[in-house]
Design a protein around this ligand. Structure first.
Ligand code: CP3
Length: 358
């Protein structure tokens, strides 16, 4: 199908992506990619070589420029503001740094109930001012083209894990041990994070975000019973509060395939699914209650085209013809991904999903 050129009447709120999130019919499947702005792009590496990660996130002009790079280079159907799920933590008194080659590090992680009770819950203007400014700039650039902007936050569980561990982890044993040993302090920590994250998400919508995404990247560290007890009550409050923004909300997690009924029940208009569960299985289990996003394995972007194409075809085929599919990866683009493969995938999904019967 010929790509519809954006007309002067195009508005982001009516874009393919927003309509797919609302489970309305679309001419083709919209596509964007988690971590679409990042190290796999030479133009990103160039900009980042001049500033640290926290400087880049805090500077609206740089963050906006990075946000727009994949829209121009890759042709995705949305921009996701350049920031990080950990961005609000320094405003809560946690001393965060992004260490080259090692990832995020917090030098004063939360290890006691008393440390939880000392955590402030500042407003978004104090924690993510750079991101709010970046969304305003990106919105000005993209609204005339009808391209939506995605704002985001981490989910309380994933951020609690980072805040307690002090960085990434394989098993999250420090965070989970704290959760089991200090359930009351865990609950207070989760509620403080809900307060801060709700405000961050609503502020991004006020600044112009057309869609919001909540990343619960480490939800799969828990089994279903613990998810229901230690995560779901807080996520439910977060999603209910964020629904008042009036924009579609994407509920993304990984490793949660055995209990995504529980995950979906927390709220959101779209369930983001990793590559471990095929989308026809997800849809079979959830029916048309919620749209789905995903779920190509990011490693297939390193593979030869015949393999990448076969996997993309499989995702489209399993998503089926029912409205409410957003094409994406099951997790973020890897830094070693060739840019040409990403472009080819985006072009292919745009072309092929617009042809009836394919
Ligand atoms: O998707 C996008 O293009 C928007 C930008 C974005 C980043 N991080 C930029 C980033 C988003 C949406 C995130 C979310 C994020 N950050 C998550 C949730 C999604 C996921 O991948 O699970 C998590 C868990 C983080 C925490 C984080 N930030 C880690 C573990 C790391 C180090 C590992 C890595 O990939 O480098 C980061 C750093 C980070 N966040 C980079 C980028 C582009 C790399 C910074 C650099 O240039 O060195």
């Amino acid at each position: 199908m010929t790509e519809t050129l954006t007309s002067p009447t195009a508005v982001a709120a009516d874009s393919l992506l927003v309509r797919a999130c609302r489970r309305e019919p679309t001419e083709r499947t919209p596509i964007w990619l988690m971590r679409q702005a990042g190290r796999y792009m030479p133009e990103y590496r160039l900009l980042r070589s001049r500033q640290t990660m926290l400087e880049a996130i805090g500077d609206p002009a740089t963050a906006a420029e990075i946000t727009l790079q994949p829209v121009e280079r890759i042709g995705v159907d949305a921009a996701i503001v350049f920031s990080d799920i950990l961005a609000p933590l320094p405003g809560m008194g946690l001393d965060l740094d992004f260490v080259a080659g090692a990832g995020p590090r917090i030098s004063n992680p939360i290890r006691t109930a008393a440390a939880v009770d000392r955590l402030p819950t500042p407003p978004a203007e104090d924690t993510i001012a750079g991101t709010i400014g970046a969304i305003r700039l990106v919105k000005q650039a993209l609204e005339p083209r009808g391209i939506p902007v995605i704002g985001f936050s981490g989910a309380p569980f994933t951020l609690a894990c980072y805040a307690i561990e002090g960085g990434g982890s394989q098993r999250y044993e420090v965070a989970k041990e704290f959760m089991y040993r200090e359930p009351a302090a865990w609950s207070r920590l989760m509620r403080r994070l809900v307060t801060v994250l709700t405000d961050c998400l609503l502020a991004q919508a006020r600044a112009g975000a057309d869609i919001l995404q909540v990343f619960d990247s480490w939800a799969g560290a828990l089994g279903p019973g613990d998810y229901a007890r230690y995560v779901r009550p807080y996520n439910t409050v977060l999603f209910a509060a964020v629904a008042s923004a009036g924009v579609p909300v994407i509920n993304f997690s990984t490793g949660s395939g055995s209990y995504f009924e529980e995950v979906a029940a927390c709220g959101g208009d779209v369930l983001g699914v990793d590559w471990r569960t095929p989308l026809d299985v997800v849809r079979g289990r959830l029916g048309d209650r919620i749209a789905v996003m995903g779920n190509l394995d990011p490693v297939t972007l390193l593979a030869p085209w015949r393999e990448l194409k076969a996997h993309a075809d499989d995702v489209l085929h399993r998503a089926g013809d029912a409205p409410g599919h957003v094409f994406n990866l099951g997790h973020g683009v890897l830094p070693t991904t060739p840019v040409d493969n990403v472009r080819r995938l985006v072009d292919y999904v745009k072309e092929t999903s617009g042809r009836p019967g394919e």
